[in-house]
Design a protein around this ligand. Sequence first.
Ligand code: AMP
Length: 126
Amino acid sequence: MPYEYDDQNIFAKILRGEIPNDTVKETEHCLAFNDINPLAPVHILVIPKGPYVCADHFALEATDAEIVDFTRTIGWICKELGIQPGDDGDGYRLISNAGVDGVQEVPHLHIHILGGRPMGRMVQPG
Ligand code: AMP
């Protein structure tokens, strides 16, 4: 299996309370906090509390309850921060980097929620 979880990664330490974080929302199965190096006016990371390395790991092995909670938390944050596209906000971008090609720095699944400014093109041309 490609999924070998390193419990010394920085988000595992945040979940264990060993290092601080700027929490936006905590639920039974996940934690959302502000990115320490924000790349946009809104830059929030949503992570599951379970030991999942990346999005495909989570999608294949997380429980239904974990997946629902994670997805709903993303929706709650977009709503609360007023970045839903439409009348109230101007939209956002979700990013989840995985592995070497995805340039994932922290090997614990996280979704970046980026908003508050136009995000530009999706990726740089190869
Ligand atoms: P990625 O390249 O997708 O793995 O992104 C990792 C993200 O974690 C980066 O945007 C970092 O700024 C962010 N980050 C690293 N350490 C912390 C921390 N202690 N608290 C909040 N965000 C962090």
